[in-house]
Design a protein around this ligand. Structure first.
Ligand code: MLT
Length: 402
């Protein structure tokens, strides 16, 4: 009897679980402390009214024999896939068909599970700092090698991001089979231009790489940046895109997302669309009817306006953080096309030292940059997902504490 020993290579707990337990321990030692949470990127605004209305109606349908639904279609109801096709793709001049869209319970699960359809022998290129799911799931899948003493995995090609390249990765020197990109970026909040993204698409097509493109934060784009990698010519031959309703429509607790695997995408003559369909049909039983009706309502006229209002609310918080910190001399990135503000830690503090001090002195929770990889050391991430009032308070407290 043997276990998957790759799991033993992982750190004891997932980044956000570790932060959660540290904050709970602090609260237990300091009862009544007034903590402001700008740590995990979890939304706080209620679901849009249009979504609630649609979900209530769907619940009603489930209560009558005639309209009751059992298992959902494994790749999503057509009513939702059609809305996604029309609004997220056709409206931007992108030709995506509904059988290229796979509705799921989250971009975290999909970016984690996508490795199932690729050989463990594939090489991966991953940004540093990065959303830890891409690294951890490749460790689980046996593609990462061994953890070296500098905190890097021996078989991973790291795309180093730093103030020197404005936290935008450069093309890998060594060709990689799978390239993970996330724009607007988690954790740095930086966006990529169409020209910048085109370089990656061209590179992938030239080297036979597949880009795993996470665009969960596209709704936060305020500048002239691509919302989808499929806006770039040639991307359908080399990219898979992950999208989510979590940060857009407040679905972090409801769970609904989708992944686009173009029909053109093949490896050695094998369709990745067919492989992903096979994987999902076997291991996943679909997203509930009620949830998908809620997601569909995101694309109604009222839904769109309500989602826009919520996203703008968070964007305003990001502005409060970014401008507040910058005007007090902190160095910051992101926050313009993203709900995340990335800052340099003050006074030469390491990112975990700053985390501890910030919690103690200011009662503010953020995420230490080092949790996103060694290149995140000396940086810190704050999210815009709290109330405007609490966000303002947090900024004042940070300014007064450092
Ligand atoms: C984050 O804080 O980075 C997000 O919550 C990650 C996620 O969406 O899983």
């Amino acid at each position: 009897m043997k276990i998957n020993e790759n799991y033993l290579k992982l750190q004891d707990s997932y980044l956000f679980s570790m932060i959660g337990s540290k904050v709970r321990a602090f609260e237990a030692e300091n009862p009544g402390s007034d903590i402001i949470r700008l740590g995990i990127g979890d939304v706080t605004r209620p679901l849009p009214e249009a979504v609630i209305g649609a979900m209530l109606k769907a619940v009603e349908e489930m209560s009558a024999e005639k309209t009751f639904r059992g298992y959902p279609p494994e790749y999503g109801y057509d009513f939702l896939r059609e809305k996604i096709r029309d609004n997220d793709y056709a409206a931007r001049g992108i030709d995506i068909e509904i059988d290229e869209i796979f509705v799921s319970d989250g971009a975290k699960s999909d970016t984690g599970n996508i490795g199932d359809i690729f050989s463990a022998e594939n090489t991966v290129a991953i940004c540093d700092p990065v959303y830890p799911v891409y690294i951890d799931t490749n460790v689980m899948g046996g593609r990462a090698g061994e953890l070296t003493k500098d905190g890097l995995w021996s078989d991973v090609t790291y795309l180093h991001c730093s103030p020197e390249n404005n936290f935008l990765p450069e093309l890998p020197k060594k060709a990689a089979d799978l390239i993970y990109l996330c724009f607007p970026n988690n954790p740095t909040g930086m966006g990529i231009t169409a020209d910048g993204l085109k370089q990656w698409v061209d590179y992938a097509n030239e080297h036979g790489s597949i880009i795993l493109y996470d665009s969960a934060y596209e709704a936060y784009i305020t500048e002239d940046l691509p919302h989808s990698i499929f806006e770039i010519e040639g991307a359908k031959n080399c990219a898979i895109e992950f999208r989510s309703f979590s940060k857009t429509a407040g679905f972090t607790g409801v769970r609904c997302a989708y992944t686009v695997v173009p029909r053109e995408l093949e490896v050695g003559g094998v369709s990745l669309n067919k492989l992903w369909a096979r994987r999902q049909a076997t291991k996943f039983n679909g997203v509930s009817y009620i949830t998908q009706r809620g997601a569909e309502a995101v694309y109604s006229q009222e839904g769109k306006a309500q989602v826009r209002a919520t996203v703008n609310y968070y964007l305003n918080n990001a502005k409060i953080i970014e401008e507040g910190l910058r005007s007090s001399g902190f160095k910051t990135w992101g926050g313009v096309n993203s709900p995340y503000v990335w800052m340099k830690t003050p006074e030469g503090l390491s990112s975990w030292e700053f985390f501890d001090l910030l919690l103690k002195k200011a009662g503010v929770v953020g995420t230490p940059g080092a949790g996103f990889g060694p290149a995140g050391e000396g940086f810190f991430r704050l999210t815009a997902f709290n109330s405007a009032e609490k966000t303002q308070q947090a900024v004042e407290r940070i300014k007064n504490s450092f």
